[in-house]
Design a protein around this ligand. Structure first.
Ligand code: FAD
Length: 388
């Protein structure tokens, strides 16, 4: 039996553990914190097919969506919901750019159709604002990020071939063996390192020269809303950021509002199983190598990622969400920021970063804002590659 060590307790490490067990391997997964606390629990839980770029990114997204359905069928607490999404137009200009997209093959490939205002309310009665229409992507889905990792682990533990080691910082590597902060050695046949945005840790020598950057996002969560939302929701600004829309002429939209442009914002909104709303987001890059950053309007940041959150983006998000929902938001209960590892523009068309550091030693990271969506398909591919 192949013995596998996985470093990293986020969704990517967890999905690598899941598919290693599917292949009959024995797995030890190591996490430095008491529980995963990084990007994998701070996200929306969106399994987002709608925005994915043509080519390998879309292939991975469609495969991952299928795999999430399978994981969800076996892990009830994951809360997998194939609910689709609405990218909402608040006026006729916004609807106009969606009309162009809906007529394209790209929309068909992502199972996206254009809806008028009545159809929007029929698909999601919680959309009570004066909306002009929406793109309805039926391929999008939702999972519960705060409970996903422990829920999946409890099913993996039932195999008798899985062990999770928490509060264990892996500090060194010798071939496929790793050593933790207490000097304990973990021997394995295969080592998979999924360190997320920790680019200066275990695989730091390799990752420091890889085309990677970190991106920080601001998020919030409200108290439960008194109506049920039957889809996730995005605003038209999401079309400015997701590559699926890069062939659409967005010039009729004009510039983003000043706060949205300064913080590179879009509205994404997901209702949790308890009725609360997860709402975001902003984007701040480190180092700042955003290809969309205009030199005049958006000077590069040279300071470190901030440790505090800024209130202006939250005001913008609340106003957009209330316009779409047609009702005041419940009280905000929580605010946080999260950081993910992302490919820098120099990485070209690659979808994520992966490298074999030594025979049987693989590092995988750099999934950007699509890691929750793609993780199962990427993990499946890692094991297919290792089996060759
Ligand atoms: C605010 C926010 C919203 C997002 N929304 C979405 C979304 O809705 N849909 C989507 O598809 N993606 C989303 N993403 C992106 C997604 O969350 C990430 O791409 C994904 O979680 C990355 O998973 P990971 O396992 O690679 O990294 P992480 O979640 O960062 O996990 C890495 C883990 O490795 C551990 N670790 C690192 N080094 C060591 C070591 N030496 N020893 C032991 N442990 C170590 C860390 O402690 C950490 O727990 C979002 C991200 C953020 C921040």
């Amino acid at each position: 039996m192949t013995v596998v060590t996985i470093v990293g307790g986020g969704v990517l490490g967890t999905m690598h553990a899941w598919f290693a067990l599917e292949r009959g391997h024995r797995v030890v997964q190591i996490e430095r914190d008491a529980e995963a606390r990084s990007a994998s629990v701070r996200n929306f839980g969106l399994v987002w097919v709608s925005g994915r770029r043509d080519g390998d990114e879309l292939v991975l997204a469609l495969r991952a969506r299928e795999l999430w359905g399978g994981v969800g069928a076996r892990v009830a607490e994951l809360g997998f919901r194939p609910h689709g999404s609405l990218t909402v137009a608040l006026d006729e200009v916004e609807l106009g750019v969606m009309v162009e997209y809906a007529a394209s093959a790209a929309a068909t490939e992502r199972d996206a159709v254009l809806l008028g205002p009545d159809a929007v309310r029929s698909v999601n009665p919680g959309v009570g604002g004066a909306v002009a229409g929406a793109l309805h992507c039926r391929a999008d889905a939702i999972v519960e990020p705060r409970v996903a990792q422990p829920a999946i682990r409890s099913v993996m533990a039932a195999t008798g071939r899985y062990e999770f080691v928490d509060r264990c910082h892996v500090v060194a590597r010798d071939g496929t063996s790793v050593i933790d902060h207490l000097g304990r050695t973990y021997e394995a046949d295969v080592l998979v390192i999924c360190p997320g945005a920790v680019h200066d840790g275990l695989a730091g020598e390799h990752l420091s020269t890889a085309p990677l950057r970190r991106c920080q996002l601001q998020m919030m969560q409200t108290a439960p809303l008194d109506v049920t939302l039957t889809t996730s929701i995005a605003d038209v600004d999401s079309m400015r950021y997701y590559p699926a829309y890069e062939h659409v002429d967005l010039t009729p939209l004009g510039p983003q509002s000043a706060v949205a442009a300064a913080h590179r914002m879009q509205l994404l909104l997901v209702q949790r199983l308890d009725g609360s709303l997860t709402i975001g987001d902003t984007h701040r890059y480190d180092p700042d190598t955003d290809p969309h950053a205009g030199p005049d309007t958006d000077p590069p940041h040279t300071d470190p990622l901030p440790f505090d959150v800024d209130e202006d983006p939250y005001d913008h998000l609340a106003a957009r969400a209330e316009a779409i929902l047609g009702r005041p938001l419940p009280r905000v209960q929580r605010r946080w920021s999260g950081v993910y590892s992302q490919l820098a523009p120099a990485a070209g068309d690659a979808v994520y970063h992966h490298a074999e550091l030594d025979p049987g030693v693989v590092v995988v990271t750099g999934l950007g804002g699509r890691g929750m969506s793609l993780a199962p398909a990427i993990a499946e591919r890692t094991w297919e590659d290792l089996a060759r």
